[in-house]
Write a protein that binds this ligand. Structure first.
Ligand SMILES: Cc1cc2nc3c(=O)[nH]c(=O)nc-3n(C[C@H](O)[C@H](O)[C@H](O)COP(=O)(O)OP(=O)(O)OC[C@H]3O[C@@H](n4cnc5c(N)ncnc54)[C@H](O)[C@@H]3O)c2cc1C
Length: 500
């Protein structure tokens, strides 16, 4: 029996265990998973719902435990490593266990990046030790304990500052504002989400956020204030002090590569793996999820040659992580599989108040480049903004803000390399109050749940096979198990399939 040890027990490790169900049932493998958090694996994406009191920890639980895997899996939570020997094929845990392995898998995820400013001592201690909070009241939202602490602040009705105008910070600010929290968003630089949005789209987004009750503060912070060992406010770039009950840094995530580095495995931003998820230069060590950077060492791999090394990084998204877990289960079980190095650059904001989908390169301006067509439409009154950049009708990039139907159609065309409509303004019709009937028809291949990569066909099959509720459809198809952004669409296609 092969002994598989997984370091890290997040949603990607949980998916790997689920995918190993058959070899586990046939006693071909034994899995030991080691997680430093006290909880078992949970859906990290939905942590903001805990802060707002919208969900309970049970709602996020991925049910990857002894009840569902009574045989063949040892679950060790609330512990971490004290030592690894790759040559000896064993590791020690901090609670004094000695664990041997045939295959070792890093699924250590990522940690939130904290601002390095006066008043906030981000300790440069041994990074192999568990995270500690630099100052009570300053909590990135990365794990359950962060969510619990932020919930306490929110319950007392204190103001919250979110630092970082990327998608994570904006989603978080919107989520808090929707639940009545007084929230301000501090963002260094001219534009929100500058990598994904052109300046006009950023301005429209800032306008929409203000309408949602969020104060957008341009500039950064250059200090943190505290009293009695607790955060009380920040010093903004212009020297003014902004008081608040909590600061949520949302300025990025850093892959957790510390143990890989300690045992001299190759790393760049993440742990470097090939298309079979094997760490470069090893035969039985793998990495998956937020800590894994798929960039093979084959100098003539056309896929990896197209990637600029400086831009290469783990995707930081659940969809590619789950795809890797599925592929690795096959590989560990002796079946060929491979994962791509490049993942879709499509982003979708999960917020009830604001719909935003964007992809590709959107910074081109009209008349700037030969053969590149740029169509833009904006309406500050409704907060709608649509931009489509194409060359010979191939979509190079798009932004759809406040236009969910147009966003869904463009996302599908972008991912399938479909042709942009000759007149992109037709896309707007489906998002007007009278235009619901003009929404493009779904095909069996239309992706409904982007996180789990589930199209319409398996959802219809689940209903034909007897599923009668969205929860049952989710259970058998996995649709809706990620960020929850597809909830409305899923409900609608399930009720249509049941009525058919
Ligand atoms: C607030 C928030 C919102 C998000 N929203 C989205 C979204 O909308 N869409 C999307 O696609 N993605 C989103 N993400 C990202 C998504 O959650 C990650 O892609 C996903 O969690 C990656 O899973 P993972 O298992 O690779 O790593 P993680 O979820 O980071 O889990 C890794 C686990 O390993 C543990 N660990 C690390 N080192 C050790 C060690 N040495 N010993 C033992 N245990 C260890 C960690 O404590 C952690 O529990 C969001 C993330 C956050 C925080």
């Amino acid at each position: 029996m092969r002994r598989i040890v997984i370091i890290g027990f997040g949603p990607v490790a949980a998916r790997l265990i689920e995918e190993l169900e058959e070899p586990l049932a046939q006693s071909r493998v034994h899995v030991c998973v080691i997680g430093s958090e006290p909880e078992g694996a949970y859906n990290r994406i939905l942590l903001a719902n805990l802060v707002t009191g919208h969900s309970t920890p049970q709602d996020l639980d991925l049910a990857c435990d002894e009840t569902n895997f009574p045989e063949g899996v040892t679950f060790l939570t609330g512990t971490t490593l004290s030592d690894i020997s790759l040559d000896g094929q064993y590791l020690h845990t901090t609670d004094d266990r000695l664990i041997s392995f045939d295959d070792l898998i890093f699924a250590t995820g990522a940690r939130a990046v904290l601002p390095r400013v006066p008043g906030l001592d981000v300790l440069d201690t041994d990074p192999c030790h568990l995270d500690s909070i630099p100052l009570p009241g300053v909590h990135p939202l990365r794990d359950m304990s962060d969510a619990r602490r932020l919930r306490e602040v929110v319950e007392t009705g204190q103001d919250v500052l979110v630092l970082g105008g990327g998608i994570l910070g904006i989603e978080l600010a919107l989520n808090l504002a929707e639940h009545g929290v007084q929230v301000s968003l501090i963002h260094r630089g001219q534009d929100l989400m500058p990598r994904q949005l052109d300046p006009d789209a950023s301005r429209m987004l800032a306008h929409v956020l203000r309408q949602a009750g969020i104060q957008v503060i341009p500039g950064g912070i250059n200090g943190v204030r505290s009293e009695g060992g607790r955060f009380t406010g920040v010093v903004l770039d212009d020297g003014t002090v902004r008081e608040a009950g909590a600061l949520i840094p949302a300025i990025g995530a850093q892959p957790r590569t510390e143990w890989a580095k300690k045992v001299r495995l190759p790393t760049h931003r993440g742990i470097l793996v090939d298309h079979q998820l094997r760490v470069h230069g090893t035969s039985n060590i793998y990495a998956i999820g937020d800590c894994a950077e798929v960039l093979c060492s084959n100098p003539v791999c056309p896929e990896c040659m197209a990637i600029d090394y400086q831009d290469s990084a783990p995707s930081g998204l659940i969809g590619p992580g789950w795809q890797q877990a599925q592929a690795l289960a096959d590989i560990l079980d002796g079946t060929h599989n491979r994962v791509p190095s490049q993942v879709s650059q499509l982003i979708t904001m999960k917020s009830q108040a604001v719909s935003l989908t964007a992809a590709g390169s959107v910074h081109a301006r009209a008349f700037e480049q030969p053969r590149v067509d740029v169509a833009t439409w904006e309406d500050p009154r409704t907060g709608r903004y649509l931009k489509v950049v194409s060359r010979d009708r191939n979509i190079l990039g798009f932004v759809a803000l406040g236009a969910p139907e147009a966003g869904a159609e463009l996302a599908m065309l972008f991912e399938r390399s479909g042709a942009a409509p000759g007149d992109p303004s037709v896309l707007l019709a489906a998002d007007t109050p009278s235009g619901a009937d003009t929404a493009p028809e779904l095909t069996p291949e239309s992706i409904i749940c982007r996180c789990a990569g589930v199209a319409l066909a398996p959802i219809q099959q689940a209903v034909s096979a007897g599923a009668t509720t969205v929860a049952e459809v989710s259970k058998c198809s996995r649709a809706g198990t990620g960020c929850g952004g597809c909830k409305d669409k899923l409900e609608s296609v399930v009720s249509q399939a049941m009525a058919a």
